[in-house]
Design a protein around this ligand. Sequence first.
Ligand SMILES: [Fe+2]
Length: 214
Amino acid sequence: MLELAKLCLKEGRIRPQDIGRALDGLQLKDLGRCHHYSVRGDWLQTLDFRDRSVLLHPGRFPRIASATYFENRVACCAFLLPPGSVLPLHDHPTQVVVQKVLCGTATITSYDWDRDDPRSSRAVVVDSKVKYGPDTPASSFGPVNGGVLHEIRNDCQSEPLIFIDIISPPYHKPPQFISCTYYTLARPRENNATVVELDVAHPIVEMDTLLPLD
Ligand SMILES: [Fe+2]
């Protein structure tokens, strides 16, 4: 994963198409072995993603978990969403994100800020309930491609969803110290609505930690 981050920086700038190609060659087993810690820091289990049978016990993954590798200008994040869980609507301000699903199916609804809204509390639905799986090529979103906010669901009740995000610039790093904000749909509009009202969600989503061993 860290090698992947370095690859992203090889030419001194982030090129989503190059990152996407690298991600398309990635497989679940490349995550290797991880220790899984609860949000409180308690060790829960060791997961060996080189063996797919690690996925056969849905109840084994009670919470959303993530592993993050930082370089100065890019972060590689692996996310594990247990069956039936959701990574709530959140933003990627000024960031470019390249995403690849390694296991399961991600159901993603993407939004952009409504440029006609001076309060920045409204968002335009870009894509609704689009599904991505391991056979889907890596996708990118951000200020250029659109989709700076999104919600990611694992609608499957039997299998975790595992995906990789390459994010540049990273959250919480100098010089920009970008923070992630979570939202709720304050006023969802039914029937082909493309604009929704957003409200800042509390509390911030807490995640377990995957600590790679290899
Ligand atoms: Fe995201």
